[in-house]
Structures are given as C-alpha cells and as structure tokens.
Design a protein around this ligand. Structure first.
Ligand SMILES: C[S@@+](CC[C@H](N)C(=O)[O-])C[C@H]1O[C@@H](n2cnc3c(N)ncnc32)[C@H](O)[C@@H]1O
Length: 255
C-alpha cells in the first residue's frame, strides 16, 4: 500500500455531507443491481451513500473502502444494520489496491478528484473488476468550485504552504476521463459534465463547509493560527455563498 491520504474530520464531514449524499444517491440510481452482487464503494467516507448501496444488495456484499480510518469508523456505524455483508478496507486509491473479492460493480462519489495517482486509478480498479462489471462514478470535473480556486489563487501569496502549491485536486474534462477509461480497458457508456451549485445558508455555514470538506487539504498545510484566516479570506470571495460545483459523471463497463 502507498502512503495513505490525509485524515479527515469524519464527524464534521458527516454533519455537512447532505449535498454529497444527495448527489451520490443520484449516481447510485444509475447502477442496475439484482441484489446479489459484490460492489465496491471507492471512497465510502462516513457511509451515508454506502448504506443506500447496501440496502440495494440484500443478498450481496459491499466493500467499503476509504483511506481515512476516522471515516471508516463512522461508516461502520452507518452500516451496522448490514453487519456481515460489508467488508471495510483502509487503502489508498492512488496506489495498487489490496486483494479484493472479484467485483461485479464499482460506485464512487465525490472522491476521485482527491486521488493523486489518477493516472493509474482506473487501471487498478479494472484489475479488481470482473469482465462486464459496471463503473458508476461522479467527482469534481473541469471548472469545479471555480469561485474557490480563483479565491485561492488570489490569497495564496499570503499563506506560506500554499504559494506555488498546485493544490490537491484533479478536475478533468469529460474527454480526458473517457481517454483514461479507454486506456484502462473500459467501454464508455456515458461521460459528461453537469453544474450543481450548492448554496450555503449563512456565513457560518459557508465557513464550516469550506473548512470540511472543501479546504481540508489546504488547511492541513497551514499552521493552526493561519487556518481560520484562510477560511475567512476564501469565504469573503465566494459570491452569495454559492459553491459552484461542476461534476464529471461516468457510466462505463469493464471489457
Ligand atoms: C468528499 S468524501 C466522499 C465520501 C462519500 N463517497 C460521499 O459521497 O459522501 C471523499 C472521501 O475520499 C477519501 N479519499 C480521498 N483520497 C483518497 C485516496 N487516495 N484513497 C482512498 N480514499 C481517499 C476521503 O478519506 C473521504 O472519505
């Protein structure tokens, strides 16, 4: 296993995860299931979408994989009623995967933009999937959170640790994703971008949401006293509290 990605504040994430759960549930609906399959949730987080997946697999199994031990602890609680049908795996999606059961499908929501080894990500997933297995996924695409990325470019010179850092995210175009999938032995059923703005109701809600999940990797690079200063500087530059999500969506089949 490679170096694990940054730890997340899982409890805070779970409290603010409603937009991700809503978007993730739509992605899950794109996955046709009989109910007896083995399905990987790649980047299961605190398990809110994973629990919906498990409910659709009454005779099947879920592999709930995440890099964060704290996220997996919460996911165990969210999935407690599906005990015995869920395997929890701590692993880095940037690295070759640990041994997994042959997968009938892979679901992934709001995760792949955090994966630094995205050049090999789809090859690693393909290696664990049966021929004909479906991949349904959604994550940040080209132009995602541009209010935030523009604000970061503005303020980075004031924050040692951010200046000159390219940032943690991979926000690809649909064409780039389709090319990567084809290289990794997938047939592309559909691959597209869509806009999904999420409005925060107050300045406090916006700052909390920026701190977790949006800026989690940026804040980890700063000294603790600089962290609230960054959140506030970015919040000042977000018009009307709108997180301007652009998502890339994929439905693909392992050859
Ligand atoms: C925004 S959360 C999404 C969680 C969940 N899928 C959802 O929709 O709520 C992103 C998750 O990706 C995980 N993650 C980020 N980079 C990862 C990596 N390289 N390997 C495994 N998990 C990773 C984080 O720990 C976090 O739980």
């Amino acid at each position: 296993m490679g170096t694990l990605p940054a730890e997340w504040d899982a409890i805070t994430y779970d409290l603010v995860a409603a937009p991700m759960t809503r978007m993730g549930s739509v992605v899950l609906d794109r996955l046709p299931l009989r109910g007896d399959e083995v399905v990987l949730d790649a980047g299961c987080g605190s398990g809110q979408v994973t629990a919906r997946l498990a409910a659709r697999l009454p005779r099947g199994r879920v592999v709930a994989l995440d890099g964060s031990a704290a996220m997996l602890d919460l996911a165990r609680k969210a999935l407690a009623s599906h005990d015995g049908r869920v395997e929890f795996v701590q692993a880095d999606l940037s690295a070759p995967l640990p041994p997994l059961p042959p997968l009938d499908a892979v679901l992934s929501t709001a995760t792949f933009h955090w994966v630094t080894g995205h050049e090999s990500l789809f090859r690693h997933l393909a290696g664990a999937m049966r021929p004909g297995a479906r991949l349904v996924a959604q994550w940040g695409g080209a132009g995602n959170v541009s209010h935030v990325t523009n604000a970061l470019a503005d303020v980075a010179p004031d924050f040692p640790g951010l200046d000159g850092w390219p940032g943690p995210w991979w926000f690809p175009t649909a064409d780039e994703v389709a090319a990567r999938l084809a290289d990794a032995d997938f047939d592309i059923d559909a691959c597209w971008l869509h806009e999904e703005p999420v409005c925060q109701s107050s300045r406090a809600a916006l700052e909390a949401y920026l701190a977790t999940p949006v800026l989690v990797a940026h804040l980890a690079r700063l000294d603790p006293p600089d962290r609230p200063r960054l959140v506030s500087a970015i919040a000042d530059r977000i018009p009307e509290g709108v997180i301007d999500y652009v998502r890339v969506n994929v439905v693909a089949t392992r050859r």
